[in-house]
Design a protein around this ligand. Structure first.
Ligand code: LMR
Length: 399
């Protein structure tokens, strides 16, 4: 008898699979606009200087590798919660908000999903249409009822009116997942006015927001990108926030993130955190230490923090200039207007509006890799090859 006879093969992850397909492509002119990682002018995903310096310090000063506690490194969680909620956060001052360290932002999402499933039974979760594909599977895997609200329509435009109309019919008490900034996959963000209107509906329907904050610093700046999170934290007694250090600290493979909970009072926060520790114990026991130690070292040292913040500014500015550069490169082909949204969207990603068959042709004929939905990682562009890419886009758009 074979124990595994019934085990069927499933397709590989569409985003991570692109990394493998790209590596296997022998074309020297290949271009990877797939997985969301930042690339510099050399096409490399660098380790920030501040991270390198923090790592050196850790090598010299670390004295043990014993487990860290269930909520992680207290220095890391304190600094990260402050980075997200702000130095003048009332929730932090009143000790009714705190972070639990997780393996990356995905770990934070999974912890949130299991918390909702275990402790708030019957609550559904509502995702933007479209959203990051792992949002879809992760919450379903955790057994939650998953629904969608409109976000970007077939015309590749943000449709806030449709979003608000749908939100106003959500079942009272359900959870709504919002992207704090740099919406993945579309790059279309809500304006401050839109956020205020969403907040009104959240209050009216008594929804619980779960704000996914994976790109702090990649939109308009570290503080600016936290605006909506801080608005919600100041206006609502209860809130879940998932924070990732993958992109802004360049720590991708170190799996560094946190679930931040804002609660109505300090006592209730302890109840919630006791549940989170129990859930995490069954998922990963205690979180991995290295990435969080690096972040804690940087955020605890004014000089390292300033260096990191400058490096992050540089990454953001590079992405903005690549967005503008691509639209300019499309100008000679009469496509600048059609693709003007690429310069308006924010963060790493652009919903280009290219169809799945055009994306496939770009891959087959020009070794340009992007997600089938037409999502391009703008941070993977090469300034020297913008013209070649524009020409390839023009060709697949014209026939
Ligand atoms: C992406 O969307 O490409 C990134 O968030 C990486 C991932 O894990 O999918």
């Amino acid at each position: 008898m074979s124990h595994f006879a019934q085990v069927a093969r499933v397709p590989g992850d569409p985003i991570l699979g692109l990394m493998e397909a790209f590596r296997a492509d022998g074309n020297p002119a290949k271009l990877d606009l797939g997985v969301g990682v930042f690339k510099d002018a050399q096409g490399l995903t660098p380790i920030p200087q501040a991270v390198k310096l923090a790592e050196q310090r850790l090598v010299e000063q670390e004295t043990t590798k014993t487990y860290i506690g269930g909520h992680g490194d207290p220095l890391f969680t304190r600094h990260l919660a402050t980075l997200v909620l702000g130095r003048d956060s009332q929730a932090l001052a009143e000790q009714r908000a705190a972070a639990s360290q997780t393996p990356g932002g995905t770990g934070a999402l999974r912890l949130a999903a299991d918390f909702i499933g275990h402790c708030l039974p019957g609550r559904g979760i509502w995702l933007s249409d479209p959203t990051w594909p792992i949002h879809e599977t992760l919450f379903a895997e955790a057994g939650l009822r998953v629904g969608h609200y409109p976000y970007v329509g077939a015309d590749n435009r943000l449709n806030v009116e449709a979003m608000l109309a749908a939100l106003s019919y959500l079942p009272q008490g359900d959870v709504i997942l919002l992207h704090a900034c740099c919406h993945n996959p579309t790059g279309f963000d809500l304006s401050q006015d839109d956020w205020r209107r969403v907040l009104d509906v959240v209050k009216a329907r008594e929804l619980l927001p779960l704000i996914d904050f994976a790109y702090q610093g990649f939109g308009a700046g570290l503080e600016q990108d936290a605006w909506a999170v801080r608005l919600f934290a100041s206006e609502l007694p209860e809130l879940l926030i998932t924070s990732s250090c993958s992109k802004n600290f360049g720590l991708y493979r170190e799996r560094t993130g946190a679930l931040i909970v804002c609660s109505s009072d300090a006592e209730k926060l302890l109840d919630v955190r006791s549940q989170l520790a129990a859930i995490a114990r069954n998922l990963w026991s205690t979180p991995p230490a290295h990435g969080a130690a690096v972040v804690a070292t940087i955020l605890d040292d004014a000089k390292l923090k300033a260096l990191w913040s400058d490096e992050l500014d540089g990454m953001r500015q590079r992405v903005v200039s690549l967005r503008n550069g691509l639209v300019e490169a499309l100008q000679p082909y009469g496509l600048a207007e059609r693709f003007a949204h690429i310069a308006e969207q924010r963060g790493m990603f652009s919903y280009t509006g290219l169809s799945p068959s055009q994306v496939q042709r770009l891959r087959d004929e020009y070794s340009v890799y992007m997600v089938g939905s037409g999502r391009a990682n703008v941070a993977g562009l090469d300034r020297e090859r913008l013209d070649a890419l524009a020409q390839a886009i023009a060709r697949v758009c014209s026939s």
